[in-house]
Write a protein that binds this ligand. Sequence first.
Ligand code: PAF
Length: 294
Amino acid sequence: MQVADSIESIRELRKNLSGTVGLVPTMGALHAGHLSLVEEARKDNDVVIVSIFVNPTQFAPNEDFSAYPRDLPSDLQKLRQAGVDVVFTPTPEMMYGTNYQTYVQVEGVSQGLEGEYRSGHFRGVATVVSKLFNLIQPDTAYFGQKDAQQVAVIRRMVRDLNFPLQIAVCPITRETDGLAMSSRNAYLTQEQREAASVLYRAIQKAGAAYERGERHPDILCQIALELLQSEPLAQIEYVSANDPKTLAARHDATEQPILLSMVVKFGKTRLLDNIILPLHLNNRAGLTETLGNN
Ligand code: PAF
């Protein structure tokens, strides 16, 4: 496994690569969710590149940029074991330098949901992901469905800016009690960690109602909301039903797929989770069928 720790070295390495290249962009603190993206990239491509970069431009001033977990030696060990070919580890100075002035702003799909709570977040994500695409020129880039709005923003950006690559969306990886894996789960106290399984229970309850025939998005949200409200430590930010591709809000009964998403805070930690209804769409083939390749 080669580690490229500068813009020059990743460009030089990329020039000498042949075959298809899969890119898994990450902010490090790698867990089984990231490794599932790497595994998919490994299956599909001749070469797998992982980037590790805690991107300052996607954190608002009140967010956890400096506290965000970082453990490069352990990340590199996991990636070596997973058969990754190249890891790109730039610094903020390399990516943004002095007098940096260029940003990518994706409009409609960046608004609402996370866009309402995290000002400037998707501008930072779209900017860094564009830079990674330009530097690495992957054939396919891999993202997790846990960040459903991020997926929608990146897919829109790829189409609008004609990036010559495919986006692969991979299912959410869960702990044994159903909690969606996230680097931020490390912030939870033991009590909060136990309580946090309520997100998955809420999703399951709404999912079961859907499978029994409930098709009204507001009722499905209400079912999830009531279960979340039963957990005293849960501070609910939103529960929402949207079109999984466009993120348009859904309020009318529909046979079209519904993205049911929620954000709940435990202490200062925001936890996201979502499910696409019907339930059988939540594997890689179902996500591709629902969202398309780009
Ligand atoms: O999902 C993440 O880890 C980040 O938002 C990403 C896509 C690596 C961009 O910094």
